[in-house]
Design a protein around this ligand. Structure first.
Ligand SMILES: NC(=O)c1ccc[n+]([C@@H]2O[C@H](COP(=O)([O-])OP(=O)(O)OC[C@H]3O[C@@H](n4cnc5c(N)ncnc54)[C@H](O)[C@@H]3O)[C@@H](O)[C@H]2O)c1
Ligand SMILES: O=C(O)[C@H](O)COP(=O)(O)O
Length: 543
């Protein structure tokens, strides 16, 4: 089967070459689509994957109704040009290449910091315009100054290291970096309000989120030293540009350097771009030969590995999954999917929540994926849209179904077991599966009864009073209606008490057969559950 991959932003040739060399992958490069959402939407209908940078906007509208699209790869870090929740809802995996442009971006940040400190762009313009003015551009050294870093992730820490090399004192803030860890990097961790008055230079390296938008706004600017220089090489919108221009004009900020804008491209007459104390570049943080080769190669490999080999790495909307791991959990994914489908067909009210308990060997595996597979099985028959490992959990959440999991590595009754409990408005249903001989999936518990039933094809599940001749009656009734029994399993708590039977049938019994069962006072309930045949896998496991 051929996989079509669209490339709609400029990607280094080295990455395109990997895509073109992959057997069974057809590459369509069309950068004009980045500027034409309607044409992009149309082209995506025929694509299995897309590779982009920051120039292509994958909005909810563009991603809506794209049954063929399976993967989006961002050759770079920021995924703010992709509506990730919309992609997740559609079951599309979104991956990025997080480390490939860190060095380039950190170096560009240093370039901007030095340009600001030494007035390089203005001095350059002056000299090129024929002047020889050595007095107008007296700068400031970095050594001995304090740099405030907001966001101490990959780029923030890389900038901190370089600044320390210049003899700067680095202070910073990141909600995900403890003061102890920051200390290990030689950084004093402080609250933002403590950073503003102490820093001579401030650089931001966070994603743009509702919390970080305008993180450097009028209030923060008012608390800074009048000699402060501000750098934004992360995302447009982190610095309130109107407030910045005001502070520059009022002499409350010495200068700023900005690489990123919101939106991009910005209007050419934007006051912050025109301002003489502001150094600007058109989103060049990642624009080096090295970074572009690195992110393009990585993006191409991510796409090929996903489309051809089912490998998931650096996904922002699902857990990582490599080929070996997939093989390792494939049977569990299959089992959990079947358990989900089984619950979906129980005679029940609407689902409130579900719980998975992993015991023994399975507890050491990637249980998040197994839980997602269960969620897919639980919901797929009720939903029109395709359900897969990417969107199953978010679809469940969006319908108010909480699915939680717990693990215990110590084995219980079985060396490995996945127990599933689904609570509806009526009661909690329990079903558990195990692997027999490491390759056969078995249903080993239904409610409080232990059994050993196959989990494929047509199942007749009946509860009954444990009486002599009852099993013969079931067999006869099925036979009278031309239904052959492949396997039969009975679980009971005590002889003569209530019991459960699971019968694997070769065909679906007609309604009259079930009515006939119901006429026997010792049969308490009966239902037919349809599961896929043995070895039939969901589309997302057919790799
Ligand atoms: N200009 C460019 O071309 C360019 C290139 C690469 C990355 N970027 C951008 O730079 C930013 C950082 O990239 P990265 O690779 O270091 O990402 P990263 O995920 O490694 O680091 C981001 C850090 O920001 C922190 N953070 C989040 N909210 C915060 C808050 N309210 N206050 C302080 N810190 C907060 C996170 O905890 C995280 O550690 C991203 O926005 C990315 O898109 C821009
Ligand atoms: O988030 C990123 O990786 C950077 O902003 C780089 O964006 P670009 O790939 O469009 O240069």
């Amino acid at each position: 089967m051929s996989h079509r991959v669209l490339v709609t932003d400029k990607l280094a040739e080295e990455g395109l070459a990997i895509l073109k060399a992959e057997p069974g992958v057809e590459v369509v490069v069309d950068t004009k689509l980045a500027k034409d959402p309607a044409a992009l939407k149309e082209a995506l209908r025929e694509a299995d994957g897309i590779a982009i940078r920051s120039g292509t906007q994958l909005t909810a509208d563009v991603l809506e109704g794209q049954p063929r699209l399976k993967a989006i790869v961002r050759a770079g870090v920021g995924v703010d040009n992709i509506d990730v929740p919309a992609a997740t809802r559609q079951g599309i995996v979104v991956m990025n290449t997080p480390g490939g442009n860190t060095t380039s971006t950190a170096e560009h940040t240093m370039a901007l910091m030095l340009s600001l400190a030494r007035n390089v762009p203005r001095a350059n313009d002056s000299l090129k315009s024929g002047k020889w003015d050595r007095n107008a551009f007296t700068g400031s050294e970095l050594e001995g100054k304090t740099l405030g870093v907001v966001g101490l992730g990959r780029v923030g820490l890389a900038v901190a290291r370089r600044a320390q090399g210049f003899g700067m004192t680095v202070i910073g803030y990141d909600p995900l970096l403890s003061a102890e860890k920051a200390q290990e990097h030689g950084i004093e961790s402080l609250r933002l309000e403590e950073i503003w008055p102490r820093a001579d230079f401030i650089t931001v390296h966070t994603p743009l989120t509702p919390e970080t938008r305008d993180i450097i706004g009028a209030k923060a600017l008012a608390a800074m030293k009048p000699t402060v220089r501000i750098i934004n090489c992360a995302r447009g919108g982190l610095v309130d540009e109107a407030a910045l221009v005001e502070a520059l004009n009022a002499g409350k900020v010495a200068g700023a350097a900005i690489d990123v804008f919101d939106p991009e491209p910005p209007p050419g007459d934007l006051p912050v771009i025109k301002h003489p104390k502001v150094v600007v570049t058109p989103h060049l943080g990642a624009s080096t030969e090295e970074a572009q080769v690195s992110v393009a190669v990585e993006a191409a490999q991510l796409l090929c590995n996903f489309l051809k080999r089912g490998q998931v790495k650096f996904a922002v909307n699902m857990p990582a999954l490599d080929r070996a791991e997939l093989q390792d959990v494939k049977l569990y994914l299959d089992m959990a999917w079947r358990l989900g489908m089984l619950h979906a067909q129980m005679d029940r009210g609407s689902i409130r929540n579900a719980r998975l308990i992993y015991r023994g060997e399975v507890a050491a595996k990637n249980t998040k994926l197994i839980t997602a597979s269960f969620a897919a099985g639980l919901m797929e028959s009720s939903l029109d849209e395709p359900v897969n490992l990417v969107n199953a959990m978010s679809l469940a959440r969006s319908r108010g179904i909480e699915i939680e999991e717990s693990s215990a590595e110590a084995p219980g009754d079985f060396g490995t077991m996945v127990q599933t409990e689904v609570t509806t408005e009526r009661k909690t249903y329990v079903a558990a599966g195990t692997l027999f001989g490491k390759q056969f999936i078995r249903l080993v518990r239904l409610g409080s009864y232990l059994l050993d039933a196959h989990m494929d094809g047509t199942l007749l599940v009946f509860t009954h009073h444990d009486r002599p001749g009852l099993i013969g009656f079931i067999g006869r009734t099925m036979g009278d209606h031309g239904v052959n029994i492949a396997q039969m399993n009975v679980g009971r708590e005590a002889p003569g008490g209530e019991a459960i039977g699971v019968v694997n049938l070769d065909s679906v019994p007609p309604p009259e057969a079930l009515s006939a069962l119901g006429e026997n006072p010792n049969v308490l309930s009966s239902s037919v559950i349809k599961l896929p045949e043995r070895g039939a896998l969901p589309p997302w496991l057919q790799l």
